[in-house]
Structure formats: structure tokens, C-alpha cells
Design a protein around this ligand. Structure first.
Ligand SMILES: Cc1cc2nc3c(=O)[nH]c(=O)nc-3n(C[C@H](O)[C@H](O)[C@H](O)COP(=O)(O)O)c2cc1C
Length: 330
């Protein structure tokens, strides 16, 4: 399958693995890239330029295919060393950066001069238009369903994707709620040039996280995510657990008076305990509604091959059959 995204990124299949804190290590990024998609290392999990440089080098040892680095621009006072992280991305010869969070414009000239393609992840059409206007090469349009930060507009992908298609000139991928060939074909029909997946890639053999995390996703249904930190305008979709329900009770009790310090126990610094030690109830961790569509833990190669084979069948048999009046059941 050839789309504007496969052409732009130099990849075989229009499938991207979104940056994921304490998940997007070289092992996962390389596995996705080796399977023909675009794997992405999560820059802030490494934290320092030196550590990110060695993670990039490790990934290069594991794949000779293109891979990317996620840079999440956080709205906090003590900023990570973003200039240093950008420098090692360029020096490491990385060809794709997925930006997310705040406006990445400060770093675009350096990235573009180095020939790095920039995909900005956005939860609103107006943000995607802004990304286009500042020179981003593509957008990743993240609907309300998504694991992680869906923004504050609450527009699901059934509306957001065609709206993005109506407004954008740069290519975009569909993100949020994507799991399988049906997601891919539907996204392409709505104007996207591929799809980005987070939660689905977390439940793969190569995701370097504790088995408990993968089992929690397998067991979860589409009813099991919650939105936390909405009163702080930092909404995050997470898998429910006792810590999340405690956090939501605090939000109800404290109302408009709530501050970050009130929820810090449930959200700050919990990822290593969850992802590495497997204490899945240690706090709030991002997970999409798509958990309800995840029934197995395949390798990245198996997952991507299955998606591409089934997408082919969906298009050539189900859709073409309907057009020709010879359709069979899905
Ligand atoms: C555990 C987890 C951690 C994530 N961490 C980040 C992150 O650090 N930066 C970021 O831009 N997106 C992050 N995301 C969002 C994903 O990159 C992706 O946009 C999202 O998962 C797509 O929705 P889906 O989970 O329905 O596929 C995270 C998602 C998950 C599930």
C-alpha cells in the first residue's frame, strides 16, 4: 500500500507506533520498523540528551529501517533539555520526529534544516492547521478515544478525521482507537493516509513492559477507561483501577479548588512502578478505549502483517463485493 505517509517517511506500511512513556524504548521501535511500520522512541523517557543518544544508537543496532523519536513538549516550569534532545536526534541521523503537546515551532528550523520530517500530534483541527502553518510535514490526528491526552474538545475520530481531511493540505494519520484492519481502512476512507497506534502496540510481545500491563489491557473492555485531570485542563485517558477511582473522588470533592499537588500521589512518577515492576494499580496510566478490541499479544510483525492482509481482504472482497453486489459477511 502506497500513501502520502509511506512516501514521506520511507516506510512500507502506513502504520506508526506513537511515543509512549516508559514503553517506547529501542526494542519496540525497532520491532515496529522491522515489520515495515514506523517505530518511535519516546524522548522524555530517556530524559537527558546523552541517554537519548545511546537509545538511538541501540535502535540503530536493531534495525536499518527508518524510525522516529517522540518529543512531548510539556507545560511545566522545569523544562527538559529540549535543545539538547533535538541536537542528539539530528546528530543520531534520525529522520522522523513526532512532536506532541505544546507548539514545537522553536525547534522546527533546526529539524527541517537537518532533513528531519516532523509529524505533530494534535487533538483539534485548529491545532493541525497551526502545525501545517508553521511547517510541520504531517499531522497525527488524535481523537477523543485515544489513550493519553485527548485534549479538551472531546471530538471522536468519526467526526475529527473527515473534518481534518476537509481542512488540511499536509497528510495526516488517524490516531486514537486504532487496532486492526477495520481501523486502517475506515481511516483511509475518511481521508487519513495511515494510522498511529499506542495501546495496541503496548500489548505486543516486544513491548518492553511487565507482563501484568499486557494482561490488564487484554482483560479490559471499552468500558474500562476514565478521564482524569479534566479540572486541571490536562485531561488524560487512563485504565481504571483503585488509584484512578481515588483520584476521581478527589476531583469531585475538591471541585474547582483542586491543584496538581492534590493528584500527584496518583500521577507523578508512577510509570516505572507500573511498566517495569508490573504494579498496575500504582497510579494512573494511559490506555485507550481500544483496549476493548485487543484480544491477543502478537509480535509486531504478526500484528502488522495481519492488519495489512486483512485490509487487503476488506477492500478487495467486502467493499468491492458490496460495490459489485456480491458481498459476503465481514
Ligand atoms: C502508556 C501510554 C503512554 C503514552 N505516552 C505518550 C507520550 O509520552 N507522549 C505522547 O505524545 N503520547 C503518548 N501516548 C499517546 C500515544 O502516542 C498515542 O497517541 C495514543 O496511544 C493513541 O491512542 P490509542 O491508545 O487509542 O492507540 C501514550 C499512550 C499510552 C497508551
Amino acid at each position: 500500500m502506497k500513501t502520502r505517509i509511506t512516501e514521506l517517511l520511507g516506510i512500507e506500511h502506513p502504520i506508526i507506533q506513537g511515543g509512549m512513556h516508559y514503553v517506547g524504548y529501542a526494542e519496540l521501535a525497532a520491532a515496529v520498523s522491522n515489520a515495515g511500520g514506523l517505530g518511535i522512541i519516546t524522548g522524555l523517557t530517556q530524559g537527558t540528551p546523552e541517554k537519548l543518544a545511546s537509545e538511538i544508537a541501540r535502535c540503530k543496532d536493531m534495525t536499518d529501517k527508518p524510525f522516529g523519536v517522540n518529543l512531548t513538549f510539556l507545560p511545566i516550569l522545569n523544562q527538559p533539555d529540549y535543545p539538547g534532545l533535538v541536537r542528539v536526534i539530528i546528530e543520531g541521523g534520525v529522520k522522523v520526529v513526532e512532536t506532541a503537546g505544546n507548539n514545537p515551532s522553536e525547534y522546527l528550523p533546526a529539524l527541517k534544516d537537518a532533513g528531519v520530517k516532523v509529524i505533530h500530534k494534535c487533538t483539534a483541527v485548529r491545532h493541525a492547521l497551526k502545525a501545517q502553518s508553521i511547517g510541520c510535514d504531517a499531522a497525527s490526528v488524535d481523537g477523543f478515544e485515544c489513550g493519553g491526552h485527548p485534549g479538551e474538545d472531546d471530538i471522536p475520530n468519526m467526526i475529527l478525521l473527515p473534518r481534518a481531511a476537509d481542512e488540511l493540505e499536509i497528510p495526516f494519520v488517524a490516531s486514537g482507537g486504532m487496532a486492526d484492519a477495520r481501523s486502517l481502512v475506515a481511516s483511509l476512507a475518511m481521508g487519513a493516509e495511515g494510522m498511529n497506534m499506542g495501546t495496541r502496540f503496548l500489548a505486543t510481545k516486544e513491548a518492553p513492559v511487565h507482563e501484568n500491563v499486557k494482561q490488564a489491557i487484554l482483560q479490559a473492555t471499552e468500558l474500562d477507561t476514565r478521564l482524569v485531570m479534566r479540572p486541571l485542563r490536562n485531561t488524560e485517558r487512563v485504565l481504571t483501577n483503585p488509584a484512578v477511582e481515588r483520584l476521581l473522588q478527589k476531583e469531585r470533592d475538591l471541585g474547582a479548588d483542586i491543584g496538581f499537588e492534590d493528584v500527584a500521589a496518583e500521577v507523578a512518577g508512577v510509570y516505572p512502578k507500573i511498566m517495569q515492576q508490573g504494579d498496575v494499580d500504582a497510579g494512573a496510566w494511559s490506555c485507550g478505549m481500544v483496549a476493548g478490541l485487543i484480544y491477543d499479544i502478537p509480535t509486531c510483525q504478526e500484528l502488522i502483517d495481519r492488519i495489512m492482509n486483512e485490509a487487503d481482504q476488506l477492500i478487495a472482497q467486502r467493499l468491492e463485493g458490496m460495490r459489485a453486489g456480491t458481498a459476503t459477511a465481514a
